[in-house]
Design a binder for this molecule. Structure first.
Ligand code: COA
Length: 318
């Protein structure tokens, strides 16, 4: 059982922070960031939490699909930077939309949007009465970024992306891998104030081994795309677009080279938003859909990688 995507939405906060702005607070510069990462600017929330940004993206996806919000049977959401652990992000969105449908979060960091799609596909199979599901990735990464660490603070940005899925046959295949551990990417919670707990608190920000992440990402991205092509007897000629997680333009370029495909096949908007974690794939998908370069019947591969470590990709027909 599967679905087709009938609407997309996105929201990014209005505040633009350029590479030059960051060079005033850490020892970096526009040339280094542009060349090594491909980011020119990112959006940073001044007064909105992740749930508020997610709600705006969800409302846009609902409007784009033309459905009535009451038609939504379930909400699946993802975030690593929500303002509450409980209620879940999905519960906050359900409340914001004034709905009473089932709602839950999936945690898979930057790969999460594809985990949300996978979960939705499973729920369409499980609940024959479900017709429409809302999926949302929303992040205030600036809240979990150390602005004294130049190797991470240049990378992340804030934003939200959403999609409305309707029961259908267009989610064609998927691949998901997890290699659990915290040695490469970690976002610790504080340990709390329990007077009997003896372990030390680590700073509650993104901790990342940049080069390890880079290598993992290039391998994961190229392997996942290859698996989907081979398993479905397709070649790159059959694929209109690859929509990758926007983490580093060089990761995308390296993966394109490894796959022997033109960089132009990869939709890229990292220069405007940086890495918005779980929001990055749905924001890219929304911008691609609205650019007029995507047509019904086109085959797409969405792919992502990140904390977990986790990586995932799916083949869909638009
Ligand atoms: N500005 C200027 N110099 C910087 C810098 C910055 N923002 N960040 C790091 N450097 C310096 C380092 O200190 C180092 O200097 P040194 O040689 O004097 O010690 C030099 O640049 C090279 O550092 P290195 O870590 O090898 O750089 P890199 O090319 O690997 O780029 C990342 C660093 C983080 C941009 C890159 O590894 C990356 O993008 N990794 C993947 C991150 C990612 O995708 N994360 C999200 C996963 S979902």
């Amino acid at each position: 059982m599967s679905f087709r995507i009938i609407g997309t939405g996105m929201y990014v906060p209005p505040k633009v922070v350029t590479n030059d702005d960051l060079s005033k607070i850490v020892d970096t510069n526009d040339e280094w960031i542009s060349k090594r990462v491909g980011i020119k600017e990112r959006r940073i929330s001044e007064n909105e939490f992740a749930s508020e940004m997610g709600l705006k993206a969800a409302q846009q996806a609902i409007a784009d699909s033309g459905i009535n919000p009451e038609e939504i049977d379930a909400i699946f959401a993802a975030t690593v930077s929500g303002e509450t652990s409980s209620p879940s992000m999905a519960c906050m969105l359900q409340n914001g939309l004034g709905l009473s449908c089932m709602a839950m979060d999936i945690s898979a960091a930057c790969s999460a949007f594809i985990f949300l799609l996978e979960t939705a596909a499973a729920f369409f199979g499980l609940h024959k009465e479900y017709q429409k599901i809302l999926v949302v990735g929303t992040e205030r990464m600036s809240g979990i970024t150390d602005y004294a660490d130049r190797s991470t603070c240049i990378i992340f940005g804030d934003g939200a992306g959403a999609a409305i899925l309707e029961r259908g046959e267009n989610y064609l295949d998927s691949v998901i891998s997890v290699d659990g551990g915290d040695s490469v990417i970690k976002i610790p919670h504080t340990v709390g104030s329990c007077p009997w707990f003896t372990r030390e608190t680590e700073s509650p920000y993104v901790h990342m081994q940049g080069q390890e992440t880079f290598k993992y990402a290039v391998t994961a991205l190229s392997q996942d795309v290859t698996t989907l092509l081979e398993r479905n007897s397709l070649t790159m000629e059959d694929i209109a677009w690859i929509v990758p997680h926007q983490a580093n333009k060089r990761i995308i370029d390296f993966a394109a080279k490894r796959l022997g495909v033109s960089k132009e096949k990869f939709f890229c908007n990292i220069e405007k938003y940086g890495n918005t974690s779980s929001a990055s794939v749905p924001i890219a998908l929304h911008e691609l859909a609205k650019s007029g370069q995507l047509h019904r019947g086109d085959k797409l591969i969405l792919c992502a990688f990140g904390g977990g470590l986790s990586n995932a990709a799916c083949l869909i027909e638009w």
